[in-house]
Design a protein around this ligand. Structure first.
Ligand code: EPU
Length: 332
């Protein structure tokens, strides 16, 4: 019997899979050997995926829980977290215990196991800042293994798990190193974070105040997937050469950009807004009115409709700016 995936992805799009298996403990995984040797899909919180058709394959949803303190000293604490823990519940746990390092990643939808795969990031922090290692089931060797943060090869929305290690591992646990005050200083350099904090609090700011402020900023800009289906930023911010940037800036002096080593990262949201897509809606598919990088399902949009809009946006950006937008979301 096909199983609906509508409530298992944050886009909330109707699609089915052949069968659904839930992993509540990593020890279950070896017994799935038969399923794992055939085509299948591993699903975490479903917050970075667009499904455009019914899947004729089984889906394995990773749901194992647990936050365990492994080690602690005066300034740091190492925690091992089950891949199925909801990411923001982990952030809430860390902040309410006074541990810093992930508060800028508040309210990011999804589950812990997917966080290293795309190196989740927001407001000047990536999971790369706190990650120590991941524990994973290696489908090739059929063993559990430990992969160090160096071997995870984390980059901007990128990792070993999206490159050479693609489709090989099932992440079952993630070990993070969090930091304790007073040595810990939150990172407040991104955008309006500091300005917003100063409106409500006096310095030095607590980790809780930083979390509350990030939550507030996100709520004003980003649609709540429980209300309006979406998968956060649909595209990555494109990185171009300095030479290409200099040419572009001649035609578009106000172009929003950031220097990343010797290259330039552009704000895809700005590019999309320049074309006039921001706030666009056709039927139940749209480009969010407050953040052009977020594509939304207002109700009954299909995955194909969302993907068609994404492709139109890509084409128009390429025509106007000669820049290729790459999806951040995984499209199936
Ligand atoms: N901008 C516009 N119009 C828009 C959106 C953005 O002009 O409609 C410009 C603004 O100038 C703004 C700049 O782009 O100053 C950057 O915008 P914002 O701070 O909203 O961040 P972003 O680059 O659009 C990235 C991440 C988000 C993350 C924010 C905050 C990517 C692909 N996205 O978005 O991550 O929350 O920074 O750090 O890197 C996600 O990955 O799903 C996600 C939401």
């Amino acid at each position: 019997m096909p199983v609906s995936l509508k409530n298992l992805t944050t886009f909330g799009i109707e699609a089915t899979c052949a069968e659904l298996y839930e992993v509540h403990s990593p020890e279950q995984i070896p017994s799935y050997h038969g399923i794992l040797s055939e085509p299948h899909l591993i699903l975490g919180g479903g917050s970075n995926i667009l499904i455009t058709k019914n899947l004729e394959i089984p889906v394995i949803a990773i749901r194992n829980q647990g936050i365990h303190i492994e080690q602690e000293n005066q300034s740091n604490i190492w925690v091992k977290v089950g891949a199925g823990v909801v990411w923001d519940e982990l952030v809430h746990w860390a902040v309410s215990n006074g541990f810093g390092g992930v508060e800028n990643l508040s309210l990011i939808p999804g589950r812990v196991g997917a966080a290293p795969v795309q190196n989740i990031g927001a407001y000047g922090v990536e999971i790369a800042n706190a990650l120590k290692s991941v524990t994973a089931w290696d489908k090739f060797t059929q063993r559990f293994c430990q992969i160090s943060v160096q071997d995870c090869q984390l980059g901007y929305r990128d990792s070993y798990f999206k490159q050479k290690g693609k489709d090989r591992f099932i992440i079952t646990e993630v070990t993070l190193c969090l930091q304790k005050p007073p040595t810990y200083k939150p990172i407040l350099s991104y955008g309006t974070v500091l300005e917003e904090l100063r409106k409500n609090y006096l310095e030095p700011f607590t980790i809780q105040q930083v979390r509350d402020t990030i939550v507030e900023i996100r709520r004003t800009k980003l649609p709540d997937p429980k209300v309006t289906g979406n998968a956060g930023s649909f595209f990555k911010n494109p990185i171009i050469s300095y030479e290409q940037f200099v040419e572009l800036q001649k035609d578009f002096p106000a172009i929003v950009h950031y220097r990343v080593h010797n290259e330039i990262k552009l704000a895809a949201g700005w590019l999309i807004e320049q074309i006039g897509w921001k706030g666009y809606r056709q039927g139940d598919v749209g480009c969010h009115p407050k953040q052009a990088l977020v594509l939304v399902n207002y109700g009954k949009a299909t995955g194909t409709e969302v993907w068609e809009l994404a492709q139109k946006i890509q084409q128009s950006i390429f025509q106007k700016f000669n820049v290729k937008l790459e999806p951040e979301v995984n499209v199936y």
